[in-house]
Design a protein around this ligand. Structure first.
Ligand code: FAD
Length: 525
């Protein structure tokens, strides 16, 4: 602590000195009149919190945590950094819900983005008064839960959601933002009209597909490398009131995936689901795992465990679907669901339906968070591994991973698996997707927690075995929320996008100060 404090103090002296010099020599530059230094916190609590993240795997101590109250503060901080002979690293931190230190800034300054939403600094989620305008302006630090609350007041809502709403607009747009609506509407980055970005040059730039488009496409999925997103204009749709939330079970991966692909091929909600995901319940998850979940009751889980034992399957798969409805469609939604289920090949009798409000449905992982917090298993290491797998290799992946490497894995958390349509992704955006031009790829999420001693090492070994399997068998997996330890790994990750990315980095963050925790480009210098 003392060392941190001394490091921080000497750093702040440097800043203070610079601040004074800058104020004198650049008296006409208003930016330096902003009180940057007083907004940098170096107390033990602030530093400790900003030294780790949701993953609890990587730690890196920053010299300070900056609490901006406006985008101009961020401009000033970045300009301050790049004005020095040796600039300091700057990392925007939304909720710090990354798993591998992506929002950390070793020896630099973490921007606590959430402080922008506090106090009286104007409306951070603003709706146009015009009723026919289907978009909202949300500041980068806003939680999706806040965007939902504000837009619902107008009967509207974003079209695509992550499974969890307590993460920030800037954080998810820097990755992609995927969820069960992405098969139809694309990821969250495909649903943005315009951004305000503070670049690594300390310039505030408004960008869109038509204006400063290279920065727009770079920042979307850009892993924080090109600028800090301070505002996003997000597409909306009329919000439904209620949802039929459905899970249907399968004992074989072939029927499960072919039904998922049938469902995502339905172009409109008139005949299909509005949301489609899926999960793999590994053998021991059902026989030894928790005895109830936010969806299944204990007796339903017993039924699924019995199905597993009776059929000798390695795993149970289930499709999760959601059908939105309103008062005017309430009388027909059950028939619509029945008709749809008749087209599918799940195990007879294994369809489970809940009728919930739209908000209850969207906030389902928030409720799960409360359960895990109450059980003391939320703030534990999360060695999550998320992959995009080409459709042509998903059954090989299933055979090698779920029926091979993880066949007898100890229960550790949910395993997601659902397909998306590639034509809903814009290749100009930075997020990497599998090569090969197939029109469907799967998101597979091993969202596991290390609760007991030795779990982390074991889960890391299993993750490494999964990645090695993909490499060895040429499955062509691409990491989502990626982590690569080497430059070569990053080059391969981005493939043909790499050259463009490097050029954009030189243009928008030439001193290499932004989001160093990603480890993509050489650190500040
Ligand atoms: P942080 O972790 O704080 O930051 C992530 C990266 O973005 C860092 O490099 C950071 O420097 C940078 N960054 C942060 N804010 C900005 C900004 N304003 N401008 C530029 N760069 C910025 N993801 C999905 O796609 N779908 C899901 O369904 C989903 N479910 C999740 C469920 C849980 C329980 C959790 C913990 C995460 C989930 N995620 C999901 C992952 C989530 O999208 C990432 O964690 C993401 O990073 C958002 O978290 P954050 O806002 O805390 O960002």
């Amino acid at each position: 602590c003392l060392e941190t404090f001394l490091m921080a103090t000497s750093f702040l002296c440097t800043i203070n000195h610079f601040h004074m010099v800058a104020s004198v020599s650049l008296a006409d530059d208003d930016i330096f009149n902003l009180d940057i230094v007083s907004k940098i916190h170096t107390d033990h609590d602030s530093i400790t919190k900003a030294s780790s993240d949701f993953g609890h795997i990587v730690e890196a101590i920053p010299n300070g945590v900056f609490h901006p109250t406006s985008p101009a503060d961020i401009v000033a901080l970045i300009r301050l950094s790049i004005s020095q002979p040796k600039p300091f690293a700057v990392a925007a931190r939304g909720q710090g819900h990354s798993a591998r230190g992506q929002a950390l800034a070793p020896g630099g300054i973490v921007i606590g983005m959430r402080s922008m939403g506090r106090g009286d600094h104007g409306h951070r989620v603003s709706m146009s008064p015009s009723s026919d305008q289907l978009w909202v302006d949300a500041s980068g630090e806003q939680l999706w839960a806040d965007v939902l609350r504000a837009t619902l007041e107008h009967g509207l809502a974003p079209r695509v959601w992550t499974d969890y709403l307590h993460i920030t607009v800037g954080g998810t747009l820097s990755n992609g933002g995927i969820g069960g609506q992405a098969f139809r509407h694309g990821p969250q980055i495909f649903n943005v009209h315009e951004l305000d970005v503070v670049t690594g040059m300390g310039e505030m730039i408004t960008c869109s597909p038509d204006k400063n488009s290279d920065l727009f496409f770079a920042a979307l999925g850009g892993l924080g490398q090109f600028g800090v997103i301070t505002r996003a204009r997000i597409a909306l749709e009329p919000a439904p009131k209620r949802v039929l939330w459905v899970r249907i079970a399968y004992t074989d991966a072939e029927s499960f995936t072919s039904d998922q692909e049938l469902l995502i091929s339905k172009p409109s909600s008139a005949s299909g689901f509005d949301y489609i995901e899926g999960q793999v319940q590994l053998n021991r998850t059902l026989t030894e795992g928790r005895r109830s979940s936010s969806f299944f009751s204990a007796s339903e889980l017993d039924q699924l465990a019995k199905l597993l034992l009776d059929t000798g399957s390695a795993a149970i798969y289930y499709i999760e679907g959601a059908m939105y409805y309103n008062d005017d469609t309430a009388s027909s939604v059950n028939q619509k669901l029945e008709r749809l289920l008749e087209e599918l090949n799940f195990v007879p009798g294994f369809a489970f339906v809940r009728d919930v409000s739209y908000v209850e449905f969207l906030d389902r992982v928030g409720r799960e968070e409360q359960r895990l917090r109450a059980a003391g298993v939320w703030d534990v290491p999360h060695p999550w591994l998320n992959l995009f797998v080409p459709r042509s290799r998903i059954l090989d992946f299933d055979a090698g991973v779920f029926k091979g490497i993880l066949r007898d894995a100890k229960p550790a958390g949910p395993v997601l698996m659902y397909p998306m349509n590639r034509d809903r992704w814009d290749g100009r955006m930075t997020t990497a997707t599998p090569d090969g031009g197939e029109d469907v790829f799967y998101a597979v999420g091993l969202l596991r927690s290390a609760v007991a001693a030795g779990d982390l090492e074991r889960l890391e070994r299993e993750n490494a075995a999964v990645l090695a399997f993909c490499d060895r068998e040429g499955v062509g997996c691409t990491q989502y929320l990626p982590h690569h330890a080497s430059r070569d790994g990053w080059r391969r990750h981005f493939g043909e996008k790499w050259g463009r990315l490097a050029a954009l980095k030189r243009r928008y963050d030439p001193r290499g100060i932004l989001s160093p925790g990603q480890g993509i480009f050489p650190a500040a210098g």
